[in-house]
Design a protein around this ligand. Structure first.
Ligand code: R5P
Length: 282
């Protein structure tokens, strides 16, 4: 039985259809003090809880869903984290800080037998769980949305290079480069493109690929670099379209033609479902 979090209803329904699992009825309510409460209808034997932890509230909701599934009689719980929040805090950046990815992974592990997480920022985050955890590859899903022949596929930083190459390989045409990025703050980044742009850019379609778009600062900088060199079009593709505040507007205003994201996070750009990739790994 697929048990959906409040923010992943579309993906959960796709996954139920893909796997022929039943889709549980789940209600989400709030007490007057603001605390949330969930209720699962039905008695699952194997509960597949699908929830992206995009906020602290969503983290608590996931823990509640896992616990409610056990209460409802599930003897096996699999947790699917389409998007795992706090995964980018994979080390203590300054003394006195926690390794937040480890802290949340431990908490999630207490309520499940197994974890699947789609395209985590670093696959090593799976080692932070105390139950078996597997990363799910989404590159092929993103590539299916691309149609331009012979694009220049660009990762805006080295950590996205592997994903961009996988998208390029799955697309079956084009070539792949990566830029370098220096982050000065949460919203201020500098993208160094010069050294990577010895390939022809003028009049060529460009696809920028990253795992996450949060404020859009990284992709805006990368888009400016290729548009300044005459790119014919710029498509921005990401697995996790967090798109906080005015990120979408910023991308379009800088000259990006199209933004593609997956349904790990439900946004208007989430046109690609990762359900087949999750189903294959279940
Ligand atoms: C971090 O390294 C990630 O891969 C993304 O590049 C980052 O989260 C994007 O953030 P923003 O959209 O705020 O620049």
């Amino acid at each position: 039985m697929i048990v959906s979090g409040s923010g992943t209803q579309s993906l959960a329904a796709e996954l139920a259809a893909e796997t022929n699992h039943r889709l549980a009825g789940v209600s989400f309510e709030q007490f007057p003090d603001g605390e949330g409460i969930v209720r699962i209808d039905g008695t699952p034997e194997h509960a597949v809880v699908v929830a992206s932890t995009v906020s602290d509230r969503a983290h608590v909701e996931l823990l509640q869903l896992q616990d409610a599934a056990r209460e409802a009689g599930a003897d096996r719980v699999t947790t699917v984290l389409p998007y795992m929040g706090y995964a980018r805090q994979d080390r203590a950046f300054e003394s006195g800080q926690p390794v937040s990815a480890r802290a949340v992974a431990r908490a999630i592990s207490t309520g499940t037998d197994r974890v699947l997480t789609v395209e985590p920022h670093e696959s090593s985050v799976c080692e932070r769980f105390t139950v078996p955890a597997t990363p799910v590859d989404a590159a092929g899903r993103l590539a299916a949305e691309l149609s331009a022949p012979d694009p220049l596929v660009v990762a805006p930083d080295a950590s996205a290079a592997e994903l961009a190459q996988a998208v390029c390989d799955a697309h079956g045409s084009g070539e792949c480069v990566h830029f370098e990025k220096r982050r000065r703050s949460g919203t201020d980044v500098e993208v160094e493109a010069e050294f990577a742009l010895d390939r022809p850019v003028a009049d060529r379609p460009v696809v920028l690929v990253d795992d996450i778009i949060a404020t859009g600062s990284t992709m805006c900088q990368a888009a400016r670099a290729v548009l300044d060199r005459g790119a014919a079009s710029v498509t921005v593709a990401c697995v996790h379209p967090l798109l906080v505040r005015d990120a979408y507007l910023r991308l379009r205003r800088v000259g990006v033609d199209r933004v593609i994201g997956t349904d790990t996070i439900e946004r208007p750009v989430s046109t690609v479902t990762v359900a087949p990739a999750i189903a294959a790994a279940l």
